[in-house]
Write a protein that binds this ligand. Structure first.
Ligand SMILES: Cc1cc2nc3c(=O)[nH]c(=O)nc-3n(C[C@H](O)[C@H](O)[C@H](O)COP(=O)(O)O)c2cc1C
Length: 189
């Protein structure tokens, strides 16, 4: 078994709230984005973009998202949603992966989304390869149209992932994994 196989068989995400300094340098972030973008991409459309949300930007977004949540008392689980918002402030590095998928004469939007999901996964692996821990999160505001402007989204764009990257002193336990036998069949005719 190669070390790559061993890594892939045991890799885990860290919890974003355990992430602390050091986070990746600018050069390392570029490496993460380069590896993240090295994914199968039908039509070579690169239907995604990345945004590094600096601590200052995150503070700004956090304030506006908190106000938005307060302005919608009809929303359920507001306290939990606020916790999701608060996660924005924690990790040393937070990257938004934005899907820019749009109608195309040959490539279905579904396939563009699949590529963007692969981008997020590659970014986690890239962060690990540089010695960092990472977690791929979303939150209520990703699904709230009224938050699009706060997030800096253009028309039709969607947040595919909010990637939290940093270092973590907390060891990761295994979590239950899917039973492959129940997911795998061989069709012979
Ligand atoms: C699109 C997407 C969104 C996610 N959003 C959240 C989230 O908001 N909160 C959360 O606790 N986990 C979320 N997760 C799950 C974590 O990223 C991850 O599954 C969990 O930390 C365990 O992952 P691991 O098997 O890589 O260790 C999300 C996963 C995906 C793919």
């Amino acid at each position: 078994m190669t070390s790559l196989t061993e890594y892939m068989k045991s890799r885990r995400s860290a919890l974003s709230m355990t992430l602390e300094e050091p986070g990746p340098s600018s050069a390392e972030i570029n490496t993460i984005l380069e590896i993240a973008s090295r994914v199968p991409d039908h039509g070579k459309l690169a239907p995604w973009r990345f945004v590094l949300w600096t601590p200052e930007a995150r503070k700004n977004m956090h304030g506006k998202l908190t106000d938005l949540l307060k302005s919608k008392p009809e929303m359920e689980d507001a306290a939990k949603k606020q916790q999701g918002t608060d996660k924005l402030l924690h990790a040393p590095c937070v990257l938004g992966v934005i899907s820019t998928a749009q109608e195309h004469p040959k490539i279905p939007i579904w396939e563009q989304h699949l590529s963007t999901g692969a981008v997020c996964m590659n970014a986690l692996i890239a962060a690990n390869s540089l010695g960092y821990e990472a977690q791929w999160l979303t939150a209520w505001y990703v699904y709230e149209h009224d938050a699009d402007e706060i997030l800096g989204l253009d028309e039709g764009e969607r947040v595919a992932g909010i990637l939290h990257v940093g270092s973590s002193p907390v060891s990761k336990n295994e979590r239950p994994r899917p039973d492959i036998d129940s997911l795998f069949t061989i069709r012979e005719s």
